[in-house]
Write a new protein. Structure first.
Length: 328
């Protein structure tokens, strides 16, 4: 281990996700283990521009592993998209003596880190934090497992009232560009149909499926819809379409929204965050930069940031097949 770096900065950027605090904790304590200083950067790249820094040690991250959100906060920064903004950020890092960055976030955060490295040759490592699980190079992003458990718990509760009133519920979950949450939570919660951006079910097939469910004796149904699904303009228009074509259905809509991002992280997310934080810091100390730490086949490995940004996370085709079989 080279240990040429003496001070590392850590920030969270983009949408928050359960597990970010556990990752911050891991980064801070790994730095302490290797006798490296660690500085927390508030409000992501905007905080870098404004010099909003705080020295962090092992005791400053006590009792945060179980907390959702991020103690370092997150903010969008239009200024960081400009050369002038990035210049201010670099000057502040140099002034503070920060020699490398760990960036916890999604592809937008990684794009900023890559750009910053290209301009100033500043060492950066990425930790994927987003509930959508839409980052290439890792089977799980921080917060994804927790979000799945939250969604399944909500759908279980919705099913209680759906069964009591013989209703059809459309449950919209997050996933603008990826259907990982909808597919996995839909299977886990026993949904009758799952609509995701990667697969265009089509309105006719949806109606046919609902008609078959009704004919088979099902008195209530749950349809899980990723927010990025292309079958309709939005879930409420889809509701109106189904009601107009299948008047025998009493349809309700439940949009789970940002509750999916909140809550205490699952054990899986806490352990994942701890593993990724250690790997990110130790990779920087080994002289490695411009990579994202991720999980593949339960092994922590590295993916070039440019691939993590440009690559596309693929939906599990076997899970799609499983879904088709068990929703019959």
């Amino acid at each position: 281990m080279q240990k040429l770096i003496k001070k590392i900065g850590v920030l969270t950027s983009g949408g928050d996700s359960p597990g970010m605090n556990a990752a911050i904790r891991s980064v801070v304590r790994t730095c302490a283990y290797h006798n490296i200083e660690c500085v927390g950067i508030y409000r992501g790249y905007q905080g870098m521009i404004e010099g909003d820094f705080i020295e962090m040690g092992p005791r400053s991250v006590n009792n945060i592993i179980n907390k959702g959100g991020t103690i370092l906060k997150s903010a969008r920064s239009a200024e960081f998209r400009t050369p002038e903004g990035r210049k201010k950020a670099h000057e502040n890092l140099v002034k503070e003596g920060i020699e490398a960055l760990v960036v916890i976030g999604g592809d937008g955060s990684f794009t900023g880190a890559l750009m910053f490295n290209a301009e100033y040759n500043f060492p950066v490592m990425g930790i994927p934090g987003t509930i959508d699980n839409d980052i290439y190079g890792t089977s799980h992003t921080l917060g994804y497992d927790t979000a799945l458990n939250t969604v399944v718990d909500c759908i279980d509760k919705i099913r209680d009232t759906a069964s009591s009133h013989n209703r059809l519920f459309f449950v919209e979950v997050m996933g603008r560009d990826a259907g990982h949450i909808a597919l996995n939570a839909g299977i886990g919660a026993g949904a009758e149909e799952i609509l995701i951006p990667e697969e265009d079910l089509g309105l006719d097939r949806l109606l046919e499926s609902l008609q078959k469910s009704k004919a088979s004796g099902k008195s209530s149904s749950i349809v899980v819809i990723a927010e990025g699904d292309k079958i309709g303009k939005n879930v409420f228009e889809l509701k109106d379409y189904v009601e107009s074509n299948l008047p025998e259905y009493d349809v309700r809509v439940s949009v789970l929204g940002h509750m999916q991002r909140g809550g205490s992280p699952s054990c899986f997310d806490r352990v994942l965050a701890s593993r990724l934080g250690v790997k990110a810091v130790e990779s920087l100390l080994d002289g490695v930069s411009n990579f994202m730490v991720g999980l593949k086949n339960d092994t922590v490995n590295l993916t070039p940031l440019v691939q993590a940004i440009k690559g596309k996370s693929e939906i599990d085709r076997e899970l799609l097949r499983v879904s088709d079989i068990i929703t019959t």
